[in-house]
Design a binder for this molecule. Structure first.
Ligand SMILES: Nc1ncnc2c1ncn2[C@@H]1O[C@H](COP(=O)(O)OP(=O)(O)OP(=O)(O)O)[C@@H](O)[C@H]1O
Ligand SMILES: [Mg+2]
Length: 363
């Protein structure tokens, strides 16, 4: 057989990685110090190459971020963009403070997440926006992050979560649990969920109230232990009330809570009562990791001082976020992030960034 080097002018024994190793020293036959013994195991040939550099040495490299000046970012809107475009891209006034803020928030939303982060939305009072916040927060995460985000309807009384995105399947959490043994891949779970334009997936609840009443803590634990293999963020839309059958499971698994309050006095009183109940039932640590959302379900705050309300909750929870009244959310139908007012989108970005600050990013 001919040597390939004789045939192929491009044949080379040199390695093609960016750090070529020195040419190997000439091969010598293995040395047997005590003379050759055919019963001994064969000697391991020594590598002709020096050991590869270890990571500690690689750290001596000059990081490109230290020596390459970052390019000045171009403005995306307003007079800055007009000036930039009008000058034929010769004058670049840079980003506006609002654009910088938005970029900083998106960076926080995108921070790395190890494992599966579980967020539960709850409130003692109905109609304050739990389902709306579950969908919009989930959609904000899903649209900005590359990983998978799912919202689960754990509402015992005919939850409305599945009405917030275009429905792709009539399957519910009950069907998923029934077929759990057959689920081995993401595409298997996907058959039970609906996905919106934001990439947020939704797992619907049982629509027959008689059946959903029987949805137990054990069912919830089984569903989440299945989902956590395939999703990085699981949001749970809880029903009103803290005593329903799956609630203990929801709270025991949650990494963080969103306690939703409306901007009215009775809404805030209920949110405070929710926090009292959680603290009295051993969930004080979870409360400290929770975010209170003051959601304006009405266009005007009336005589309620929202700043005072926010200060009240700030003393009890990790952070307080405010979601403004939004005509698109008021429709109570399918939610598309593109149709929200800029202020609402910014508020959701702030909520998602505050939530992402609690992600465990290290092992
Ligand atoms: N930020 C908002 N701006 C305008 N309207 C809103 C906003 N948030 C919620 N709404 C309105 O309030 C209604 C109730 O919201 P949602 O269904 O999210 O509340 P909920 O707490 O999940 O209710 P339930 O306890 O019945 O499950 C929505 O259908 C919508 O009309
Ligand atoms: Mg709801």
């Amino acid at each position: 057989m001919t040597d390939p080097r004789d045939r192929d002018p491009y044949f080379s024994e040199e390695r093609t990685d960016s750090q070529p190793h020195p040419a190997p020293p000439p091969q010598r036959p293995p040395q047997y110090p005590q003379g050759y013994d055919p019963n001994l195991p064969p000697l391991q040939p020594q590598s002709p190459y020096p050991p590869l550099p270890q990571p500690s040495r690689a750290r001596q490299d000059i990081p490109s971020a230290h020596v390459v000046r970052p390019p000045k970012r171009t403005p995306k809107s307003g007079w800055r963009k007009a000036l930039y475009m009008g000058s034929g891209k010769l004058i670049n006034p840079g980003e506006s403070p609002a654009e910088r803020r938005q970029r900083e928030l998106i960076g926080r939303v995108n921070q790395p997440l190890r494992g599966c982060f579980k967020i539960a939305m709850l409130s003692l009072k109905g109609g304050v926006g739990k389902t709306t916040i579950t969908t919009t927060l989930g959609a904000t995460f899903a649209s900005l992050r590359g990983d998978r985000v799912i919202a689960v309807d754990a509402n015992p009384d005919r939850g409305t979560l599945s009405q917030k995105i275009p429905i792709e399947t009539t399957a519910t959490i009950r069907h998923l649990l029934r077929d759990a043994d057959k689920i081995t891949r993401y595409s298997d779970v996907r058959a039970y969920t609906s996905q919106g334009a934001s990439r947020l997936e939704i797992l619907a609840s049982e629509q027959d109230p008689a059946v959903s009443e029987a949805f137990s803590e054990r069912d919830y634990l089984r569903a989440v232990s299945l989902l956590e293999h395939y999703y990085n963020i699981v949001l749970t839309d809880c029903g009103t009330g803290l005593m329903h059958s799956a609630m203990k499971g929801v709270l025991d698994l949650a990494d963080a809570l969103v306690v939703v309050s409306s901007g009215s006095v009775d809404g805030a009183t209920s949110a405070s009562a929710t926090i009292d109940w959680l603290e009295a039932h051993g969930y004080g640590d979870l409360v400290k990791r929770s975010i209170v959302v003051i959601n304006s379900v009405r266009p005007k705050a009336g005589s309620v001082d929202l700043d005072k309300l926010a200060a009240h909750f700030a003393a009890r929870a990790r952070t307080v976020c405010r979601i403004p009244f939004d005509p698109h959310l008021e429709e109570g139908a399918e939610i598309e992030l593109d149709r929200l007012e800029p202020d609402t989108r910014l508020a959701l970005l702030e909520l998602a960034a505050a939530m992402a600050d609690a992600f465990p990013s290290k092992a």
